[in-house]
Design a protein around this ligand. Structure first.
Ligand SMILES: [Zn+2]
Ligand SMILES: [Zn+2]
Length: 229
């Protein structure tokens, strides 16, 4: 109850970047930062559970600019492989920028590299590096060997875990908890956060299934949780 879908606020001390903007994110976000402090948004893909609040955030950028509380448009990064990309630009208030797997994205002291996922629509995982620390965010995908490279030596791996192990092969386009654990183990990640959790069953089973493969700490994502790297 009261939980949001995907949305992660990354703060480096110099920059505030939002990764995905699902339902419930905008309300949560304002408990941790002023909206005018957000420098950029980086989107994994355009499914509703990752972008539902984006329109409201774009409108907030407009209001803030109209009030003189924001002096530049909000930069929004997402793939340009379908018609959703055009919606990232909203008059002079937000600007859309295309991401791809060939071009690292540098936003101040933060560098992103992207990995193409295996999902029904184009979707990208991201490796985020700043000040010698690595955050890996593996968004909606089924198993793909390259995911291990994206998570290599990550200080924190946030990995989608839509499925209990029993559903491997039954539902495509998503990872099981055991596969999330395998990525963390093979990548030598320091810690694993399971996110994008199923809507049924006992989530403690997900932790047990991931921990059966990964030797490091495993926890569940939860609205409002904060990690310091
Ligand atoms: Zn999706
Ligand atoms: Zn999703």
């Amino acid at each position: 109850m009261g939980q949001a879908t995907s949305g992660y606020l990354l703060q480096t001390g110099r920059h505030s970047i939002l990764l995905d903007c699902g339902s419930g994110v905008l309300g949560q976000l304002q408990q941790y930062t002023e909206l005018e402090e957000i420098d950029a948004v980086v989107l994994s893909h355009y499914h509703h559970d990752h972008v539902a609040d984006l329109g409201c955030l774009q409108y907030a950028a407009r209001v803030l600019m109209d009030l003189g509380q924001r002096d530049k448009p909000l930069d929004i990064y997402g793939h340009a492989e379908d018609g959703n990309f055009a919606g990232l630009t909203y008059h002079a208030f937000t600007r859309g920028h295309a991401i791809d797997t060939d071009t690292p994205l540098c936003l101040g002291d933060v560098t992103f590299t992207f990995q193409r996922n295996v999902h029904p629509d184009p979707c990208f995982s991201m490796r985020v590096e700043s000040n010698g620390k690595v955050l890996a965010y593996i968004s909606d995908t089924q198993w793909e060997d390259g995911l291990v490279q994206t998570a290599k030596d990550a200080d924190l791996l946030i990995c989608e875990s839509s499925l209990y192990n029993e559903y491997k092969g039954v539902v495509s386009g998503h990872l099981t908890a055991g596969e999330a654990g395998r990525i963390a183990q093979e990548a030598h990640a320091k810690s694993l956060v399971l996110s994008h959790l199923p809507h049924f069953g006992n989530h403690a089973d997900l932790v047990a299934q991931a921990a059966g493969v990964f030797n490091g700490p495993v926890e569940l994502a939860e609205t409002g949780k904060i990690w310091e790297l």
